[in-house]
Design a protein around this ligand. Structure first.
Ligand code: FES
Length: 265
């Protein structure tokens, strides 16, 4: 039985004194991330049923038409939000444990004993996270604009048979269940994005004294806000992962005629 760090090393993979079900968290993480990857790849690859009425799936936003790209345009879009998640500090911890078992859990023996960190390729590329963060912030504004469009409904209901609103149709204010689903998704994505560790460093890092720094009060307030969201970064990471998939699913099922959207206003 392992009794010390040395024993853990000598005991090999899985050696531990822990009595709890330490393997549940990495197993659950692997299952959820794999399920999301399969669903997102399938949904992005279909190239169909991504809009219904004023709703647009987050996987296909912004809507782009390409003649040179042979695959679904969703793949061009998803590079940015997926790159942001894959390089996220929290997700790195989660999937290093779940997929690489490195380390599989705290105080559990590892299969590998040489720690190289993220100082060599390909893991060196994780440092591009800050640049994906810039793109992710832009996406929050794009998806917010989609919510505004989801408040604008055609005056007559002739479009419902095809599910697509003809260009130039007169519109009026309205709210459907899908509008609320899309708004909730943007809210959760914003909490995840604006709680990013890189953003926290960008607004408050390298400052020893806020009252001495230029725009110190503003930076202090921003830093406090980002820090507040950052404290629950893991929660926002999972909630927003589910919400983005469920928003696509809701709009997809409406477009396929499997479910009927509820018009609230
Ligand atoms: S650290 Fe998680 S999104 Fe930046």
């Amino acid at each position: 039985m392992a009794t010390s760090l040395r024993d853990l090393h000598e005991g090999g993979f899985g050696a531990t004194l822990r009595r709890d079900s330490w393997w549940v968290a990495p197993a659950l993480t692997a299952t959820v991330l794999l399920s999301f990857a399969v669903y997102a790849t399938w949904a992005a690859g279909t190239g169909t049923h991504y809009e219904w009425g004023p709703y647009l799936s987050p996987f296909y936003s912004p809507l782009i038409q390409t003649s040179w790209w042979p695959l679904s345009p969703a793949f061009l879009i998803l590079v940015f939000p997926l790159g942001f998640r894959v390089t996220c500090y929290y997700y790195r911890k989660a999937y290093y444990r779940a997929f690489f078992l490195d380390p599989v859990a705290c105080a559990v023996g590892e299969a590998r004993h040489g720690y190289k960190g993220e100082s060599k390729l390909p893991f060196l590329l994780q440092n591009v996270h800050r640049f994906f963060m810039y793109a992710a912030v832009v996406f929050i504004f794009i998806l917010s604009y989609d919510v505004i469009l989801a408040l604008r409904w055609p005056v007559d209901g002739a479009w419902r048979a095809a599910g697509i609103i003809p260009a130039g149709s007169p519109r009026t204010f309205g709210i459907g269940l899908g509008t609320i689903v899309m708004a909730a998704n943007v809210g959760l994505l914003a909490c995840y994005t604006f709680g990013c560790h890189s953003l926290r460093h960008l607004v408050g890092g390298q400052v020893d004294c806020f009252s001495c720094a230029r725009a110190g009060q503003l930076r202090y307030r921003l830093w406090r806000g980002v820090s507040g969201l950052n404290r629950h970064h893991m929660t926002w990471a999972w909630c927003s992962l589910f919400s983005v998939a469920l928003t696509d699913l809701y709009i997809r099922l409406c477009a396929m005629g499997v479910i009927t959207d509820i018009r609230i206003l």
